[in-house]
Design a binder for this molecule. Sequence first.
Ligand code: NDP
Length: 283
Amino acid sequence: MSAALLDGKALAKRLNQELVRPRAALLPRPPGLAVVLVGEDPASKVYVGRKGEVAGRLGFHHRQITLPADTSEAALLAIVDSLNDDPAIDGVLVQLPLPKHIDATRVLDRVSPDKDVDGFHPENAGRLSQGRPRFVPCTPFGVMRLLDDVKIPLAGRRALVVGRSNIVGRPMAQLLEQANATVTLAHSRTAELPGLVRQAEIVVAAIGRAEHIQGDWIQDGAVVVDVGMNRLEDGRLVGDVAFDAAAERAAWITPVPGGVGPMTIAMLMQSTLLSAERRLTTT
Ligand code: NDP
């Protein structure tokens, strides 16, 4: 392997301890984060558990609301309303995916844009697309912070984002474009993905398909950010990029796990802190 690792785990720890924790300690009350989990999805349980652990370690007020899979949409909306009105809560997060009988868009639209620390509300998505963000979706926010930490130049460089979801790929492409990269956004209908990857100086993979991007597609010296988290039948967790072969060619690469995942959580904590600071300095 010749690539250097973009060590999200180490950076997340540093940001949490050196930035978030000391600033949170200056507030008259701890930042408050509420996480709502509906159902029994095992991966969601793990993610929600991790968010709670980190929030607890940082001294945040953390509330996890766990609801049965058959919770009605109306009951979930009522809980979101009560969290929106709760003065101890600065960030409201509804863990995705939601059970099929619930309209996720309706639920996400109900989270107050001022507490929408995930940045999924259309008002916050619109603000981001205009380059005046309030809350930035945590995963692409974390990727930008990771690239910034090792001073990877973005202006004028060819960046390829693979995946166009509202929570990862689309805001990722917007942030890279706002950092003056020349961005291509690829998706399942894209023709000739290998050729696009070969041209890219920066590749962000957010597809959800194990090792879909092959190592020999990667340009020598490229920066490779792998957002994907795919559980194989043998239990291993792998990304969307074939790591070993890609690491032979890339200059920088994120590991899976230990790359983007911890940064996502660190950015959630930072957004919750910012939300608390805004709330506590304007009232
Ligand atoms: P979605 O399923 O919402 O989106 C996947 C995207 O990939 C879609 O835009 C889809 O295209 C595109 N896609 C699917 N197949 C292909 C293909 N063969 N070639 C090119 N593009 C393709 O996933 P998410 O954005 O929510 O998540 C993506 C991955 O990132 C998952 O593995 C998820 O687990 C992981 N993730 C990791 C996080 C972290 O903290 N590390 C946080 C969030 C997600 P189309 O739009 O045409 O369907």
